[in-house]
Structures are given as structure tokens and as C-alpha cells.
Ligand binder design. Structure first.
Ligand code: NAP
Length: 225
């Protein structure tokens, strides 16, 4: 398997031990990066297992350990808990870093289907950016299932991944990572307020998943020219 030359290898912090954190973390390790997975507990069982199955470039610790380790950090925590998780990660550990926000503010407290805990005039991406002003928040990958995030070829033809955020250089770094995952069509929606739209497609995404009985689909924007 092709692995990055050492100079191109990044230190990446993954906040989250669910299927998204684990899938993104494993893909980044496979690409040659060093990845630390963070959790509320220093010895979260899923993080221990993930480290074991991903070899020497994988490690685990608390949210703060992972945030401090990463040059780039991915927020893969439950959306309604993301601000708490990022607070535990520590503003000083995140300061000046690119934070790829993959989370969706899904509120399951009233059962299925979930509702959006924030929407319309605000978004989780914006809440994170406001709470951590020194962090370069880039919202991306939240509009698809995690298996597709790291392998767009699972869906035939060209289809789209969105990015938005206030810092152009931060978005460029994230676009490079997306390319390394195999993404060809990356649509830059502008500043972080575009997270409202990418989070608000979730009710549609959830309905489509029920209809197709599979999470392996994605959105494609088609234009006249
Ligand atoms: N599943 C998908 O394919 C998919 C696709 C697109 C976007 N997303 C979004 O990606 C995010 C991760 O999804 P997931 O299914 O992998 O995992 P998840 O079950 O939504 O979240 C798991 C993570 O959230 C943390 N967490 C939960 N409650 C917390 C609290 N009260 N305080 C601090 N941290 C808390 C957990 O911490 P511990 O490690 O300590 O337990 C764990 O690391 C979600 O926002 C989801 O909406 C998911």
C-alpha cells in the first residue's frame, strides 16, 4: 500500500470513539499519518481496541490528549455534546489549529427521527467557531455516511463533498486531505454560516436512508453550465 513520505505525514487528533472517529482515524493511519483518538476517558474501551487494530501510528487518550497531539483535529463527537467535548479538549490545546467539524446536531431525546438541536439562523459549526474563536473551524463530510467519507468510490460517478469555514488556508488544508481520501468534487460554500445548510440536509438524508435501506448514497449538485 502507498504511504506518505515522512515530511507529508501529519499528526492528527480525532475527538470521538464512535464509527466516524474510528473510520476517519483508520483511513488517516492507512495514509501514513499519526493519529491519536480522544475520549472522555483516558482508557475508553473502543479507543483501546481501535489503537490495537491500527498499529504503531495509532494512539489514544483523553479529548485533551488528542487535541494537544493533533496539528489538525477532527470533531467526531455527538453533536449535542460537541461543545462539552471541545471544552474538555481545551481551548489552549486547540488554539490556532484547523478543526474539521464532522458532527451533526442531532437531538435523539424525543426518539426517532431525531430533530436538529440548532438550525435555520445558527448551526453547530457556528456555535463551535463562536465558542473557540482562535480555532479555524472547517465544516465538512457531515452530509454523508462515514464509509463514504473515506471512500467516495463506493458510490458510482461523481458526487459532492461540501466545505465551509472562515479561513481560506484552513479550507485548503482540508481540501488536500479530502483529495487524499479520493474526493474529486469539493464544493466550497464560503464562510462557516454555510454550516446551517449542510446540517439542515440531515432530515432529508435520514429520510433517504429509510427509503433506500442503505447509507451508501450521496448528494450531487447538477448545474446548467
Ligand atoms: N455515523 C455516521 O456515518 C455519521 C455521518 C456524518 C456525520 N456524523 C456525525 O458524526 C458525529 C459522530 O458520530 P458517531 O456515530 O461516530 O458517534 P456518536 O455516538 O454520535 O458520538 C460518540 C462520541 O461522542 C462523545 N460524547 C457523547 N456524549 C458526550 C458527552 N456528554 N460529553 C462529551 N462527549 C460525549 C463520546 O465520548 P466517549 O468517547 O467518551 O464515549 C464519543 O466519543 C456525530 O455528530 C454524528 O451526527 C455521523
Amino acid at each position: 500500500m502507498w504511504v506518505l513520505p515522512e515530511a507529508a505525514s501529519l499528526k492528527v487528533g480525532i475527538l470521538g470513539t464512535g464509527m466516524v472517529g474510528s473510520t476517519l482515524g483508520s483511513k488517516l493511519v492507512q495514509l501514513g499519518h499519526e493519529v491519536r483518538m480522544g475520549s472522555r476517558l483516558a482508557n475508553n474501551e473502543k479507543a483501546v481496541e481501535w489503537e490495537k487494530s491500527n498499529g504503531p501510528r495509532a494512539s489514544h487518550g483523553t479529548f485533551a490528549d488528542a487535541a494537544g497531539f493533533g496539528e489538525i483535529v477532527f470533531n467526531c463527537t455527538a453533536g449535542t455534546a460537541s461543545l462539552a467535548a471541545l471544552t474538555a479538549a481545551g481551548a489552549s490545546n486547540l488554539k490556532g489549529k484547523v478543526l474539521v467539524d464532522v458532527a451533526n446536531p442531532l437531538d435523539f431525546s424525543k426518539g426517532m427521527p431525531p430533530s436538529l438541536a440548532v438550525c435555520n439562523t445558527d448551526s453547530l459549526g457556528e456555535q463551535i467557531q463562536r465558542t473557540f474563536p482562535s480555532v479555524k473551524v472547517v465544516k465538512s463530510l457531515n452530509t454523508m455516511n462515514c464509509v463514504l467519507m473515506v471512500d467516495p468510490s463506493l458510490v458510482r460517478g461523481e458526487h459532492d463533498v461540501f466545505v465551509c469555514g472562515n479561513d481560506g488556508q484552513a479550507k485548503d488544508r482540508v481540501k488536500e486531505i479530502l483529495k487524499s481520501f479520493g474526493w474529486k468534487s469539493v464544493i466550497d460554500l464560503g464562510d462557516i454560516t454555510a454550516a446551517r445548510g449542510t446540517e439542515m440536509v440531515l432530515p432529508l438524508w435520514l429520510r433517504l436512508m429509510g427509503l433506500f435501506q442503505s447509507p451508501k448514497f450521496n448528494f450531487k449538485v447538477v448545474r446548467a453550465s
